[in-house]
Structure formats: C-alpha cells, structure tokens
Design a protein around this ligand. Structure first.
Ligand code: ZN
Length: 311
C-alpha cells in the first residue's frame, strides 16, 4: 500500500512538472456538430475535420450527429459545456429554442466556435446564430440582415445597398490574401498564398458586428457589380466567446471530392483558428509546407508531413 502511495505521488509529480506524460489532459476538448446538409458530404467532411484536429495532437474530438431532415430536431440537445470548442459543419434545420439558448449561453460565457463553409447558409431565422457567424448567404438573406462586407483600398467596406446574398461559381483554385498579419491566427502566414480548388462563396451579408476580416480572395459574383475582394476567413467576438469562420472547405460527394480540405492552407488555418477560438492564442509554428504565392501544397493524409516543423 505504501509503495502504491509512493508510486502515485511520483506519478502526480511527473504530471505536474513535465508536459509529455499528461499532455492528453490538456488537449482542447472539441465537439463537431454535423448531420444535415443539402449540398455537401457532411460525413466525409466532418471525418476530415476530426482527423486534421486530432492529428495535430492539440485536440480531442467527438462528432455529434443531429437528427436527419424531417426528424425531430429538438432531440439534438447536447451538453456544450463539456467542451472547450464547438465546430459547426452543418447546413440544416434550425436547432430547437432550448438548444439555441444553451449554445448562446455557451458562447457568450467564453466557449469557442469554428464555423465551416456551408454552415453560414442554414439557421438564417436564428438571430443569435447570425450574430455569431457575422455574415451569411442564401436562404432569402438580403439588406434586412445587414451589410455586405468586403475589402477595398486597404480596409473593410460595409455596404448597406439592397440586394441578394450568396453566390458561387464553378470551383477553382484561389489566391488568398492575408489582411490581418497581426492577428494570432494569421500572424506569420505569407502575405499571399494559393488555395487548392474550392467553391468560393461571395456577396455575403449579415449583422457583421465585432467582426475582423483575416483573409480575402478576389471573386466575381456574376453580375454587373463585378468582382470584389471577398472575406474567406474572419473572426467574430460574441460576448466572451471567440468565433472563427472559414468559408473554405467544400466537401463533395465522395473521398475524391474532399480536395479543398486536403489543401494545407485550409488545414493550417483551421488548426490555428480552432486553437484561437478555444484559448485566445495560437501556439503553433507556421509549418514549412504552408503554401506561398504561386505554390499550392496538399496534405492528403490530413496531417502535417514529418518535415513540417524542421527549422
Ligand atoms: Zn460547397
């Protein structure tokens, strides 16, 4: 018995004074919410996000699947407070009021949120969610929902002119421009980098309060107003909570159509945004395989290559 006590004491001391044996306890506890999306392979996309996060050794991830379309959405009522971070990869039915309230409380009290791609489309009739995502698209959004936001002449433009919200053309590679090199998420990333073939959303609008644009890409939205530098990565402060939105990461209908998520830029900005949303800081080095101007790089295994953190 005495020996066991001594062993436990040594173990405790080891946990307190070294990082490696107990690191699992310090990982960011993450919930992915998914389960409905009319236009995306939410199963495969969510599995990719889980792999990206867990392969970094910074996160532990549970996937929570909502009821399907036409099932009772009120059955989706998880305990958000068990987690540090909620990743939303969901383009479906608006959650029931009690779940909405619990989620608003979770975020306003400091819970972290990451919003992926088509998660800015649904739940348009939930005011609190629109405030969290800052900008949304389609589903009848227009000037009643808030301004368009885009980048021009070195600053964000808030454009209150009337009009529809949400457009995407054919998928294509894009040049991403870092608009906030001082923010922890984008600090140290190149001024410009290439993003692999993806579906780029344009002409978003929404409440856009406490919003900071981190990165944009130039996209034509198919009308007489021409192209704009559209936000693709941004943050929103909601109460004490941090929200990171990535419009990147379209997932098609089979494993060959997850290429946008295979892009190193998508994965690294997701990892940095997720850590920041959960903790307010980013401890990750910029990896050597991060894309650059004119250079696309992929991580098909959804993890950093062994040389990624070589000096
Ligand atoms: Zn898409």
């Amino acid at each position: 018995m005495k020996r066991l006590k001594l062993y436990l004491l040594i173990l405790l001391a080891t946990c307190l004074y070294t990082t490696s044996p107990c690191k699992a306890q310090q990982k960011i506890k993450t919930m992915i919410v998914t389960g409905q999306d009319g236009s995306h392979w939410w199963q495969g996309g969510s599995e990719a996000i889980k792999m990206i996060l867990e392969n970094s050794n910074l996160f532990t991830v549970d996937i929570h699947i909502t009821p399907d379309w036409n099932e009772d959405i009120s059955q989706f009522n998880p305990d958000f407070d068990l987690y540090d971070l909620v990743v939303i990869n969901y383009g479906g039915t608006t959650w029931a009021k009690p779940t909405q309230q619990k989620f608003e409380d979770f975020v306003s009290q400091g819970g972290g949120v990451v919003v992926i791609h088509s998660s800015v489309v649904g739940m348009d009739d939930w005011k609190g969610y629109n405030e969290m995502i800052g900008l949304g698209a389609w589903n009848g959004r227009n000037e009643k929902d808030g301004p368009y936001v885009y980048w021009k002449d070195g600053q964000a433009v808030y454009d209150y002119s009337p009009g529809w919200a949400g457009y995407h053309g054919l998928q294509h590679p894009s040049t991403i421009i870092n608009r906030s090199p001082g923010h922890p998420i984008t600090n140290g990333l190149p001024t410009e980098w290439e993003h692999f073939k993806d579906e780029i959303y344009a002409r978003l609008r929404g409440p856009a309060r406490n919003l900071e644009i981190l990165a944009t890409t130039y996209e034509d939205a198919g009308d007489e107003r021409g192209g704009r530098h559209e936000p693709v990565l941004w943050t929103v402060k909601y109460g004490k909570g941090n929200v990171f939105v990535s419009l990147l990461g379209h997932a098609g209908n089979d494993p060959e159509l997850r290429y946008a998520m295979e892009c190193t830029g998508f994965q690294v900005t997701l990892l940095r945004g997720a850590e920041w949303a959960a903790t307010g800081q980013v401890t990750q080095q910029v990896p050597t395989d991060f894309p650059r101007k004119g250079i696309i790089t992929l991580r098909k295994e959804f993890k950093a290559p062994s040389h990624a953190f070589d000096e």
